[in-house]
Design a protein around this ligand. Structure first.
Ligand code: TRP
Ligand code: SF4
Length: 361
């Protein structure tokens, strides 16, 4: 694929380091990132500062979680030759931009974010009444704008955050227009920040073993790193169409979580066998789950082969991230030079313009 010309448009996305990735993360995000790295200039980062917004009290595992996350990324096929992979907290420009943007972001915009209210009400085991938690969409906006990214691949749940990002970009550009003609590169661009657009990841419905959405907190997930025996054991416990009580009862794969798995992972031939076999009671659920496990393993096996070398060598993973962070810093600093200049906080000293009473210019 290297012979295909990449678009120059910039794509950025991030994930919080919250533990090992499961199939839901793969189908909902990672698989898309792996495609995007062939088509765009991509920046993918570990949002370790974001982890603090809800987990500020115990930070002992953040660093290891970052490495674990990136081992999952690399195993799944993200390629440091094709995309810049880095850690948020290693690029301090995110923090500087966050500070500047926090000055122009109205509180009302943040208080109206749906996930803010929801999480404050639902998460009772920790106190989320923190400044950083409220300001989380501003940090997310800085992550995006500091790379002047045009596209942000995200799930449906992040769309309201991105809407705020667009509004903050617009507000910054309105207060602080770029000084046209002052920069050699792109002299006619009158704004510092493009308004980032979501690239919606087509949300395939991926159920967990209990039939609910696959999620770490439900304990119903299949990890990318689960060995084959675990995948098979987990699938054996998966719920099925409740109408199939006995082996002789026909079922309907369209209302069965195992059927959903087949739709995502199985080839046409297997899908046809499932469709006919289930509806005519020609196959049993055990057999059907075995085929689903085969299909899932066809995706996971190559990842697990690749992961050995990264798991054995976390130092190498760290080096990949350091190289990525260095590249990211250079791009982020270029943006900050523009942003500071627009806000009259440039690090260069320019003597004040002469304004005399005599009306000379
Ligand atoms: N908010 C995202 C999440 O919780 C992670 C994230 C942080 C992000 N900064 C970002 C995603 C910037 C896209 C762009 O999943
Ligand atoms: Fe579900 Fe397969 Fe059983 Fe049909 S045969 S109910 S699709 S597990």
């Amino acid at each position: 694929m290297t012979n295909i010309e990449k678009s120059t448009a910039r794509v950025l996305s991030g994930m919080r380091p919250t533990g090992k990735l499961h199939l839901g993360h793969y189908v909902g995000a990672l698989q898309n990132w792996i495609k995007l790295q062939e088509q765009y200039e991509c920046f993918f980062f570990v949002a370790d500062w974001h982890a603090l917004t809800t987990n500020y009290a115990d930070t002992s595992e953040v660093k290891q979680s970052c490495v674990d996350l990136v081992v999952d990324w690399l195993s799944a096929g993200l390629d440091p030759e094709r995309a810049t992979l880095f850690i948020q907290s290693h690029v301090l420009q995110h923090a500087e931009l966050h500070l500047l943007l926090s000055m122009i972001t109205p509180l009302g915009w943040l208080e109206r974010v749906p996930t803010y209210k929801e999480q404050r009400e639902n998460i009772k085991d920790k106190d989320l009444g923190m400044y950083g938690f409220l300001g989380y969409p501003v940090l997310m906006t800085s992550d995006i704008l500091v790379y002047q990214a045009q596209y942000v691949p995200v799930g449906e749940d992040q769309v309201p955050h991105l809407e705020i990002s667009r509004e903050i970009a617009r507000r910054f550009n309105g207060f602080y227009p770029r000084k046209v003609g002052t920069n050699a590169a792109d002299p006619k661009r009158d704004h510092v920040f493009p308004e980032p657009k979501p690239l919606l990841t087509p949300a395939a419905k991926l159920p967990g073993t209990d039939g609910r959405k696959m999620s770490k907190s439900y304990g119903n997930s299949i990890l990318l790193s689960d060995p084959e025996s675990h995948v098979r054991a987990k699938l054996k416990t998966m719920v099925t169409d409740p109408a199939r009580v006995r082996r002789t009862d026909p079922g309907n794969p369209d209302i069965c979580p195992v059927g959903d798995l087949h739709k995502i992972f199985s080839d046409a031939e297997t899908l046809a066998k499932v469709n006919v076999g289930c509806r005519t009671a020609g196959i049993g659920c055990i057999q059907c789950k075995g085929w689903a496990a085969d299909s899932v393993m066809r995706v996971l096996a190559p990842m697990q082969e690749r992961r050995v070398k990264y798991e054995d060598n976390p130092k190498m993973v760290w080096e990949i991230l350091e190289a990525g962070s260095t590249k990211a810093r250079a791009v982020a600093e270029k943006t900050m030079t523009e942003a500071r200049e627009a806000m009259n906080f440039s690090h260069d000293y320019e003597p004040p313009k002469q304004t005399t009473m005599a009306g000379t210019k």
